[in-house]
Design a protein. Structure first.
Length: 152
């Protein structure tokens, strides 16, 4: 059996600011929103009794590709400085968007760090031929990197 990655959960500094990015820039819709008190066994973060706020956001597919946003409410976690770098342990998210230009403008309006402004490129396609994309490289409010691609 092959696993299905249903959701990636990101720890965020400010839920409302993060929601502005995932809803406003990526067009995701809310699937879940609740407070969770940690049991202390499964998640290798926080401790038993910590209270968190978890929201889940979906794209077009109702099951796969969801993003969870997890914020510590009690106690509030002190957040490290954002380095705007990608390295070991840091994901690179690639998302298909209808309009890379619209995503770029919305990300700029939110004050997101733009790594690479709009550009066009060609790549070898998985099943042969060439894939043409218009892309923008942007960091979300917590420093997670997104390559937003519009297929041309």
């Amino acid at each position: 059996m092959t696993a299905i990655i249903k959701r990636t959960t990101l720890i965020v500094r400010n839920m409302e600011k993060s929601i502005e990015f995932y809803k406003g820039v990526l067009g995701m819709t809310k699937y879940y929103d609740n407070q969770i008190t940690l049991g202390g066994d499964l998640l290798p973060a926080g401790k038993k009794g910590d209270v968190t706020h978890l929201t889940m956001w979906k794209c077009e597919d109702p099951v796969i590709g969801m993003i969870g946003l997890l914020e510590w409410i009690d106690p509030v976690w002190e957040a490290p400085e954002i380095t705007y770098e990608v390295g070991y342990g840091n994901p690179v998210f690639v998302a298909g968007v209808e309009s890379a230009e619209d995503a770029y403008e919305k990300a700029k309006a939110l004050g997101c760090k733009i790594r690479a402004p709009l550009s066009e490129a060609e790549y070898p396609a998985a099943k042969g031929g060439i894939m043409r994309v218009r892309s923008v490289g942007v960091f979300d409010p917590d420093g997670h990197f997104f390559e937003l691609n519009q297929t041309l």
